[in-house]
Write a new protein. Structure first.
Length: 230
């Protein structure tokens, strides 16, 4: 993951990564479901917060949940999703209490994760042809995330937005909004979004000596290009 590219761009990327702790450079990228499965093992997922169409009523199948997995959620609740209208949500982790809270439409679920985590993954899914979902207006600890996750009921119908670089275990609050659209309302998780907190593989950060070699090589190439212009 986060492959190191050749040349000056690589050196700049490494410099940013090894800046003093607390610099907190947040990055985003998009994955397919297959990419995500290759990157994160099920055992490395600390918790999942999900908003799903359910039966979009105040009884029967639930509309949002929180827990170790969507297959076995710790807590669920009912909600009526308004088509075409954005719904605000908030996901908060209290590091002192080791408590996650997930709020949708004024309803809040809580859960105590059993695993540590480093990254957030927002997955959107739309199965039926006449459906779509967009997760946008994302803000992590007061910092806007200029990226979205969206899925449309064509092609793969799924997208995974990876958010990395934040010190999540120190506590965080992620806010955003979900907009679901449909012509014929689907059921269950055929229209849904999930926020997964997990450990992810990271590219190794070069040792200082390696960094010096990289910078030396880049500067050497730069000097050679300047001489060739004379």
């Amino acid at each position: 993951m986060h492959s190191i590219r050749a040349g000056l761009a690589a050196a700049v990327l490494v410099l940013l990564v090894v800046t003093p702790a607390g610099a907190g450079i947040i990055t985003t990228e998009h994955f397919t479901d297959a990419d995500f499965a290759a990157l994160v093992l099920e055992d490395d997922i600390a918790f999942v917060a999900e908003g799903r169409i359910g039966n979009s009523a105040l009884d029967g199948d639930h509309e949002f949940d929180l827990g170790p997995s969507t297959a076995a959620p710790y807590a669920t609740d009912q909600f009526v999703w308004p088509g075409e209208t954005p719904v605000q949500f908030a996901l908060t982790y209290d590091e002192i209490l080791n408590r996650v809270s997930f709020t949708v439409g004024g309803h809040t679920l809580s859960y105590t994760p059993q695993e540590t985590f480093t990254d957030l993954f927002i997955r959107t899914r739309a199965v039926n042809d006449d459906t779509s979902i967009v997760i946008d207006d994302l803000v992590l600890d007061g910092a806007p995330i200029i990226d979205t996750s969206s899925a449309f009921g064509v092609g793969t119908g799924a997208d995974v937005l990876h958010i990395a670089g934040a010190d999540l275990m120190d506590g965080f609050t992620l806010t955003g909004r979900s907009t679901m659209r449909w012509q014929s309302r689907p059921s269950r998780s055929r229209l849904a979004f999930q926020i997964k907190a997990a450990k992810a593989e990271e590219s190794p950060v070069p040792e200082p000596a390696t960094l010096v070699l990289v910078l030396g090589g880049v500067l050497g190439l730069f000097a050679r290009s300047q001489r060739s212009r004379i």
